[in-house]
Design a binder for this molecule. Structure first.
Ligand code: IPD
Length: 277
């Protein structure tokens, strides 16, 4: 089966590149923008077209596999993992960036078997950089091996986060309070780049020391989790427990010490699980 997953990953790479080309063309055109869970949770026709392109391409080749996609879920499809080989897809991660032509947009394709993540492919559409990892085989960016940062001390850390779609006063207070705590601990800086997957890739390359977020989705985490782990990093739940792909929250870091420190600082923001009924 290992050989088979390797072939699946090669096909995922080709498919992500094709999708990225569609996104690069579409960003130049007028966009038809609508909203989903909140006024800042955006979707465009391109998100839907690209998801359709990716899923139909993969389904033609692997008809027995299952698919979880951001836009299929938004359209009401149930989102849950079974033991079957399952593709977990974000056609455009960084939709708000895409809408503004802010050049941080990625295609993310993760793959799980028996509920275990096997490989991840993330394609930065504008830089044309490709992040890949397969369980047990290392993580790469454009073919070069990735290694996370070894930093343990928050006062020497560059930390990334994302805001999430909820913007009510209580949520904002917790979000800003979490940032304040890390700034008071003298983190070198905090960045919000508008794409959870590309932010997570920065942890894999060692450019960032940690990432945390409440409110992201399984399709934002799946591919990146394999890439970070294969680059030597840790990906866990914000409680400090094991990662729960459907829980809408994550901490990733180069070292367990850094992750544990951030776990201690964060107040939780609750979002409805991806696998809710
Ligand atoms: C979103 C982006 C955003 C993050 C959200 C994600 P989308 O993905 O990664 O930066 O804050 O939580 O859902 O909607 O652009 O695919």
């Amino acid at each position: 089966n290992n050989r088979h997953w390797e072939e699946c990953m090669e096909f995922a790479v080709q498919t992500a590149r094709r999708a990225g080309q569609v996104i690069r063309e579409a960003v130049k055109l007028d966009k038809c923008v609508t909203t989903k869970s909140s006024a800042v949770d955006l979707v465009t026709e391109t998100d839907q077209q690209v998801e359709e392109l990716i899923i139909s391409t993969l389904r033609d080749r692997y008809p027995s596999h299952r698919f979880i996609g951001e836009e299929s879920s938004a359209a009401g499809e149930r989102c849950f993992l079974t033991d079957s080989p399952t593709w977990i897809i974000d056609p455009i991660d960084g939709t708000c960036n895409f809408v503004h032509s802010f050049p941080m947009v990625a295609v993310s394709i993760g793959f799980a078997v028996k509920k275990e993540l096997e490989f991840g492919v993330i394609y930065h559409c504008f830089e044309e950089t490709l992040y890949t990892a397969r369980k047990g085989h290392g993580a790469f960016c454009n073919g070069l091996r990735l290694q996370v940062s070894k930093e343990k001390d928050v006062s020497k850390a560059l930390i990334l986060t994302e805001i999430g779609a909820k913007r009510d006063p209580e949520t904002l207070k917790i979000f800003l309070g979490n940032m304040e705590k890390l700034l008071k601990a003298h983190a070198h800086g905090i960045r919000v780049i508008g794409s959870a997957t590309l932010a997570l890739c920065q942890v894999a390359t060692g450019a960032a020391d940690a990432y945390y977020q409440f409110g992201l989705h399984c399709w934002d985490i799946a591919a990146a989790a394999v890439i970070i782990r294969e680059a030597g990093g840790v990906v866990m739940d914000t409680s400090g427990g094991p990662l729960d792909l459907m829980s809408r929250r994550v901490i990733a870091a180069g070292t367990p010490e850094m992750a544990d420190y951030i776990v201690q600082q964060l107040h939780s923001i609750s979002y409805e699980r991806d696998d809710h009924d």
